[in-house]
Design a protein around this ligand. Structure first.
Ligand SMILES: [Zn+2]
Length: 276
């Protein structure tokens, strides 16, 4: 499906993913082609993507650009490379077992003869997460930095909440008409959405601080207080989010902890003018 001039979304299987939106794989068609992310590596997904690319007679797929090395984004990369000869592109701060052909950093341009993809380093969800910016077209491929719906998991230790919020603020500095996320539908009011996401994280942080002040001391207690409606897998994700906020708060001197791992106990830092 063509979603903007020269940009196609290639449907992925939803049932392999944990109940959320399936990973999006995009094909960008300039003089040469590039895939943004690879999706999963199962036979069905791979052949549907290769067929989609092959439908463009004479198009050489030059790159498979991976926004970050999580399985739903990278696991199809090696098989897609075998079938197309494209180079796998990844940021230098991402860790993976697979052989990467081209390592990129902030500001690098991936040229497709007529279309340029600019690397925007957005750490937080993962240390080497990148977004890809088409400056002329004012389109941003956002990977998991900004999702089409809902909020991104920031699971420590690789996930870093402070960096994540900084990366959201960084996106506000780009002129963007359209965000194409790693999961979910396109976002046509990108600035508004990014501002909402920053606001949402700061509100969660306030909730964590409020919970600490009420004497909730562990990740578990805080998550149960802040996310009373969640259970099962989503509750596990929520605990990760709370933990990510606590790491940020501790680093900023707004909380302190005793013990480590699951049993660590936190308390809020004493503020000037506040009685303990
Ligand atoms: Zn991810």
């Amino acid at each position: 499906m063509e979603i903007a001039q020269g940009i196609h979304s290639i449907p992925a299987e939803i049932d392999r993913f944990l109940g959320f939106y399936a990973p999006q794989v995009y094909l960008v068609v300039g003089g040469e082609g590039a895939l943004i992310d690879s999706g999963y590596g199962d036979e069905g997904s791979i052949s549907s993507r290769v067929d989609y690319v092959n439908a463009f007679a004479g198009l050489r797929l030059a790159y498979i650009v991976i926004t970050h090395a999580h399985p739903d984004h990278i696991s199809g990369a090696v098989r897609l490379r075998e079938k197309t000869g494209a180079k796998i592109v990844l940021h230098s701060a991402e860790q993976t077992d697979i052989a990467v052909d081209k390592v990129v950093a902030e500001g690098d341009i991936i040229s497709l003869n007529g279309i340029d993809l600019e690397v925007v380093h957005t750490p937080g969800h993962n240390p080497g997460h990148i977004c890809l910016y088409m400056r002329k077209e004012r389109i941003m491929f956002s990977g998991d930095q900004v999702l089409g719906q809902g909020t991104t998991a920031i699971p420590p230790p690789k996930g870093d909440m402070a960096q994540y919020i900084d990366s959201l603020r960084k996106l506000l500095g780009y002129d963007i008409d359209l965000i194409l996320p790693g999961h979910g539908p396109p976002l046509r009011e990108p600035q508004r959405r990014v501002k909402e996401l920053i606001q949402h994280r700061l509100e969660r942080e306030e909730q964590v601080i409020a919970g600490l002040r009420q004497g909730k001391a562990t990740v578990k207690e805080l998550a149960a207080e802040i996310y009373p409606e969640l259970a099962g897998f989503l509750y596990e994700v929520a605990k990760g989010q709370v933990y990510a906020h606590l790491i940020k708060l501790e680093r900023e001197g707004k909380a302190s902890s005793q013990g480590s791992g699951k049993d660590a106990r936190y308390k809020p830092a004493l503020e000037r003018g506040r009685c303990a």
